[in-house]
Design a protein around this ligand. Structure first.
Ligand code: SAH
Length: 507
């Protein structure tokens, strides 16, 4: 019998889950989750894990009942060691999943609770509002305002709430802001101190409205603020002016589509998130082994017999070491062969395996490698080019022209991955500000996945960023304008180029 872990997912930024929560997700056989503002948290679960969405993510307003969720958890715990019940914020702060646990107890199923970062604290913090402050507010009171809650808790004592000193934070109350503010004022709370509403706090789509208790409802209505949002009442709100930091990050609020395969997207997505971007993962490929693996195995077995081994991507490096491991070997298999990596990403992938690249060119395209070899005599050298199926011929052709005897091996293949319908919806709604392409194949892959018409519409609206000249050419061939081309052909280079360009637009 497995165990059910009630895990707090935090306020929406996938970086704000606890280490313990992330570790459990990484071992989960099944995940039962609510409507998550950022689904990339689910990528932490192993690929074969069952994912069950029991929230209102489909927009239909439908939620499956607590009892059915408890039944689902029970049946999953009978099949998996680790079942994660993932809920927003902290599970026990205005959460209902505790009720599910009580039912599990009756079924004899063990559980644990992993607290989370509650939006009651994190949303104000991301808006630059500390919920307490030594000189301004020595206490904070959280209250929920929801019809369900009124039934259970016998209604809210507004006069008592209004009289509590310090900061007040209301959850689930945006739909009734005017009533809440009026009730607090009627209960004796001063109307003039500042108040704020923070919607989708601590996420790249955060919106903040500031006013006073008297006018905050009206201001929020003008800005069409809808749930999820918290209301913060108290002098601490004034600190925002000096503390606000979240919205000042260079890519804040920009929706950036990334096309890299999931296994590889990590570094790029993290960099963009760090800068405040709303990352929209749209992997157009999956990395799969080539149809025939015999040549791969054969070449891997003879690594030490080559003078040079050329590696053209981090994926290729991973595929190579996997092959070596399968036959019980490791980096020593290179023997005296020297290694050329196409760029720093590939060199770093080697580095992670404890192997140093002998050569990394100054320009990170196939032509760059050839330039780097301009002064090196390759005649009579035996060279292995370890590359993706269908890659350009520039490298082998150039090396042969230099006198080398070249063997090419297809280390992996890119298989089309269907696009998430939510991504298509966002494209159709014009909700993408920029798209990053890290190879020519991702350009063509996205166009195939979207179809010509949708791809053109995206290209007309969003800024398209290319990692280098080959990728930029692929965009032009698809009739898409190149918004920026990275000067340095690396993931960091293309992000820098995007930031610079968007900063120009802002000026
Ligand atoms: N257990 C959750 C709260 C669940 S009740 C927690 O600890 O955060 C749902 C309410 O949480 C919403 O109505 C809203 O008031 C608040 N909320 C959740 N995520 C939020 C976010 N990112 N920004 C602002 N409010 C949020």
């Amino acid at each position: 019998m497995g165990r059910v872990y009630l895990v707090g997912a935090g306020p929406g930024d996938p970086g704000l889950i606890t280490v313990r929560g992330a570790e459990l997700l990484g071992r989960a056989g099944a995940v039962v989750h609510d409507n998550l503002p950022d689904r990339s948290l689910l990528d932490l679960a192993p690929a074969p894990a069952e994912l069950h969405d029991v929230g209102r993510g489909d927009g239909s307003g439908h939620t499956i009942g607590r009892e059915r969720i408890a039944d689902l958890l029970e049946s999953l715990a009978r099949r998996h060691d680790v079942v994660v019940r993932l809920t927003a914020g902290d599970p026990f702060v205005f959460g209902y999943a505790g009720e599910e646990l009580l039912r599990l107890r009756r079924a004899g199923i063990a559980w644990e609770v992993v607290p989370g970062v509650t939006s009651a604290v994190a949303a104000p913090a991301a808006a630059g509002i500390p919920v307490t402050h030594r000189r301004v507010a020595r206490s904070v009171t959280f209250f929920g305002d929801h019809p369900d809650l009124e039934q259970g808790a016998g209604g809210t004592d507004w006069a008592a709430l209004a009289a509590v000193p310090g900061t007040l934070v209301s959850l689930m109350g945006v739909g009734r802001l005017a009533e809440i503010a009026a009730a607090l004022i009627a209960g004796g709370r001063a109307a003039s101190p500042p108040a704020a509403v923070v919607r989708r706090g601590a996420t790249p789509r955060q919106e903040v409205v500031v006013g006073t208790l008297a006018d905050i409802a009206e201001r929020a209505r003008e800005r069409e603020i809808r749930p999820p949002a918290v209301l913060v009442v108290g002098e601490v709100v004034a600190l925002r002016e000096r503390i606000a930091w979240f919205e000042r990050r260079p890519l804040f609020g920009r929706a950036v589509l990334i096309t890299r395969p999931r296994a590889q997207a990590g570094g790029l997505g993290e960099r963009l998130r760090e800068l405040g971007a709303d990352v929209v993962p749209a992997p157009v490929f999956r990395i799969v082994p080539p149809a025939d693996e015999a040549p791969l195995r054969d070449a891997a077995a003879r690594l030490g017999t080559f003078d040079w081994v050329f590696l053209t991507s981090a994926n290729g490096v991973d595929a190579l070491f996997e092959k070596l491991a399968q036959s019980g070997r490791d980096g020593r298999a290179f023997g005296a062969a020297r290694l050329a990596a196409i760029g720093p990403g590939t060199a770093a992938a080697l580095g992670r395996r404890g192997v140093r690249a002998d050569l990394v060119p100054r320009r990170f395209v196939a032509e760059g490698i050839l330039e780097a070899f301009a002064g090196i005599d390759l005649s009579r050298s035996r060279v292995l080019v370890w590359r993706a199926e269908g890659a350009r011929d520039v490298l082998p052709v150039g090396l042969r022209a230099g006198g080398a005897s070249v063997e090419e091996v297809d280390a992996y293949r890119l298989a089309d991955e269907p696009l998430d319908p939510l991504v298509i919806e966002r494209i159709d709604a014009g909700g993408i500000d920029a798209a990053i392409f890290t190879s020519a194949s991702t350009v063509r892959g996205l166009r195939r996945a979207l179809g010509d018409e949708r791809f053109s519409r995206l290209a007309a609206r969003a800024l398209l960023a290319a990692i280098g000249p080959v990728t930029a050419d692929a965009l032009r061939e698809c009739g898409a304008p190149v918004g920026v081309e990275a000067a340095e052909h690396t993931v960091g280079g293309v992000v820098d180029a995007l930031v610079d360009r968007l900063a120009e637009d802002r000026e």
